[in-house]
Design a protein around this ligand. Sequence first.
Ligand code: BG6
Length: 495
Amino acid sequence: MTAHVLFTIFGASGDLAKRKLYPSLFRLYKAGHLGEHFAVIGTARRPWTKEFFEQIVIESLGDLPDNSRQAHAFASHFYYQSHDVNDTEHYVALRNLQKELGQQYDTQNNKVFFLSMAPEFFGTIARHLKSEQIVDGQGFERLIIEKPFGTSLETATQLNNELSETFEENQIYRIDHYLGKEMVQNIFAVRFANIIFEHIWNRDYIESVQISFAESIGVEDRGGYYDHSGALKDMVQNHVLQVLSLLAMDKPASFSEQDVRAEKIKVFQSLKQQTDQEIKQNFIRGQYTAGSIDGKDYPAYLDEANIQENSQTETYAGGVFFVDTDRFRDIPFFFRTGKRLTEKGTRVTIIFKQAEDIFGQHSERNVLTIYIQPTEGFSLSINGKEVGSHFALTPAKLDFRHNATALGNSPEAYEKLFFDVLKGDSTNFSHWEEVKASWTLIDRIVALWQDNQVPLHLYPAGTMGPQAAFDLLESYGSQWIWTPDVWYRERGLLK
Ligand code: BG6
């Protein structure tokens, strides 16, 4: 497929555009999905020339191992329009440029709009796109929107209402870049293409699920944003719950966008509404203090740039969700995510119930781990017989990781998501019903946290979070399977 399309990117000078969007578009170009019939209009406030913009685009492709002739040819499709989102005149100029480029590149009136800027402008932009007839009902018209989609149910609903004045739900592609990750998409394969899992993926055989999204980085230069967000809104409301929905959903009637989405939405709507008392016990918030790992010192969150004095923002969120369906009722889905944890690791662990003793021997629980990042693969622990003349059980681990070559070829999340948008496939995007249900739940946790009804636990940078999160699992008779701290401690690398 080679697309006929005009992209308009709002926020073209931003970090995301440079880090992710341009390189991903370039990969689609190299793969032949974008050819002669595409153009990109980049907009932002700064007064850039086309030449300067092209240069920015080329530089953003920096570490892509390819010849510069191709990069220059690609960048020649990029045009820049300085833009003030509140100024109607600017949209008139945009429409004129759109018309001109549409003819020049024969884009067949197909348009993709990408909003990658502060969310408070999303509504204004969408409104103008309609009133100035940039969205004119000709060709396909799709809106890609970056997170955060609101900061609460109220703001998300308001935003959604604003967008719906211009776009139908099936034209809106809410990005959750985790849904573009190779191993997140692989959850479908593991669950539904394996008879050994498909039939036991339920409360009769699964004891609990653990979702760990650990990051070793701190807040970097995003303190201003992060301090108003915190881990719960930054990672749990979207990424964690999206992955949870893929793990918990029923098998869709078919693997069509409609059927998959319907099953996912059901999970979101079945997330158990816990009582205030349960929320206080079941959700843990933490913030990192100074720490050191492997000889390197890290400052406390409160000492990072652009963080308010005495900020109570959580850099760690952990807890347990329940999905009130026949498949998973009462089965804990534990999660944790945080900054400045011991190491970067995104993984999902499924813990199966314990088998009965055999010949008087105690068996270990089978554990399936899906490694999402930084390595990609699976492991499955099983019980085997110890070598020798007597019968004794010993655990064995079947371990598979994609090899480096496969990883090199695996498309970037954004590349896959863009490709989906070009195909008009929104399976791997968040539906409004999902967003709505997740905010409904998250708002209640936020309210109790803001009211300081739950302690803010401190944890040293370079550890796996506050002790309270470990205690929580213990209170359910469980424990975190993945414990990188232990590895570091044993080697004296953690202070
Ligand atoms: C983003 C969050 O959505 O996801 C960041 O805003 C976080 O705070 C990032 O660092 C993690 O994504 P990834 O792909 O690096 O795991």
